[in-house]
Design a protein around this ligand. Structure first.
Ligand SMILES: [Ca+2]
Ligand SMILES: [Ca+2]
Ligand SMILES: [Ca+2]
Length: 146
């Protein structure tokens, strides 16, 4: 319930703002992925959200999200800008194969879940975006166009 209220509050807040701040985006991502509603994303939930749910190409069971699929869905859902999201994706795609897969996420696990308790909180995800997104140090999306 708390998460739902937080999500609705975020949705209203975002609706009123052109450029989404990273704390809001982090809460939205966690709310979207948190299927058991404990307020954090487990590694399984993250994999399901980013890979099983976002993978819309011709082979939906290959557990990889193409850059095109990622950019389309990330910008539509969270209001990011295409160019910035593209730079963000390239940081996430550690093996540079143009696909986001489990091995890419595992590479980032120390930034995603620095206390290694198996759960990514909104605060941890915000820190992750700040570190990897080109607008991270601005604290909100749209830094290049603002
Ligand atoms: Ca959860
Ligand atoms: Ca990859
Ligand atoms: Ca954690």
């Amino acid at each position: 319930m708390k998460v739902l209220v937080l999500f609705l509050a975020s949705a209203i807040y975002v609706g009123a703002n052109q450029h989404h701040d990273l704390a809001t985006v982090a809460h939205m991502v966690v709310a979207d992925a948190d299927t058991n509603h404990d307020g954090a994303i487990s590694v399984e939930e993250l994999k399901h959200e980013l890979i099983a749910k976002w993978d819309r190409d011709a082979n939906p069971t290959d557990m990889r999200v193409s850059k095109h699929d990622f950019l389309t869905q990330w910008t539509a859902r969270y209001g990011d800008f295409h160019h910035d999201a593209s730079v963000f994706f390239d940081k996430l795609d550690t093996n540079k194969d143009g696909q986001l897969s489990e091995s890419d996420l595992l590479f980032h696990i120390f930034t995603l879940d620095p206390d290694l308790n198996g759960l990514v909180t909104p605060q941890e995800f915000e820190a992750f975006i700040m570190k990897n997104h080109p607008c991270g140090h601005h604290g909100k999306f749209g830094c290049g166009t603002a």
